[in-house]
Write a protein that binds this ligand. Sequence first.
Ligand SMILES: [Zn+2]
Length: 403
Amino acid sequence: MFEGELVVSGGRIVSLGASGGAEGPFDREVDCHGNLIMPGFKNAHTHSGMTFLRSMADDLPLQRWLTEQVFPKEAQLTPDDVYVLTKLAIMEYLTSGITMMFDMYFARESIAQAAIDTGFRAALVGCANDYGGSAQETADEYAKFSKLNPLISYRLGFHAEYTSSEPLMRDLSELVQQLKQPFYTHLNETRAEVEHCIAHSGMRTIEYLDSLGLFNYGGGGYHCVHVSEREMEIMQARKMSVITCPGSNTKLASGVAPVYEYLKRGIPVAIGTDGAASNNCLDFFREMFLTTGLQKLEHGAEAVDAIDVLAMACRNGAYACGFDDCDYLAVGKQADLILIDLQQPNMQPLNNIEKNIVYSGSKQNVALVMIAGKVLYEKGEFFIGEDPARIYAEANRIIRGMK
Ligand SMILES: [Zn+2]
């Protein structure tokens, strides 16, 4: 941490140093008044389009929640609906200092377009399963989205073992071997999911998917709550990462992910909000607090400190998505940054700024969000090319029109 200036040009950081070093002229100068500039938070697992289900589908465990409430309503969504609902999620991300999403949802053209039109950074991930999608579609999407726009990346993946049959997984594994790419999926989220996998395959979920070769080039899992020692060894050997979603796991009563053990073993952990239907807010400050708080409940107050949490929040999600130049602030890195207002009661006194952010920080401290050098959010105002009131009206129209 230092006091100084940061200069952005062409979407990247071109200078970073002590005050007075940068020479203009500049298009715009921002006096940050001694507040904190830091890398943006990376939301490493979400279903942005699920904003329409916020506070519509609640208070049920995962399987009943999915089959009774989520799937029937999702079936009624159009690609245009997903476009608007993704924009609504992006607005919420911005208010929380999030500069990147790792988004698994259908209508991926719409997700990519919403991200490009607002200027937001997004990694898409395939979500093929027995109800839709195929290895061929995943291959086509990989080819298309990998070169669509610098704001967009694409990761191979599928929805989950419990929604997919073995022929589909074998086809996807062939694709993994062919492209030599990492693979991501919902993994070991609930105890019931793992028991179901044991019943039909004789193996726990990570063991089973690994036996099919899906993690031969790494990748990782969303949630990873119920994981055995053997499965952790596989994750280490395959250099997999974990994306923990403590808010969603708490609300759906799925359990507490063993984040403390992952860190002890050197397994990288990133953080995700999951979708607005299971969380229900897309607030990274809450996720960061839960990430450490739940581990402290299980392992004592020393477990998972604020520095660990900030590494998970700012860097590891970027690596999982292949946005390796969005991880920290340095010359040549992407200008994906946030301004944290320290002149507010919850940030004072300035005894330890990192701890203030993780333990007492909140969305009210996010004063500005910049992605690829463009300001998308500043002092409560959005600069995303669309009137927020229209997005709210559309989101309400979509859910009210459903059966
Ligand atoms: Zn999910």
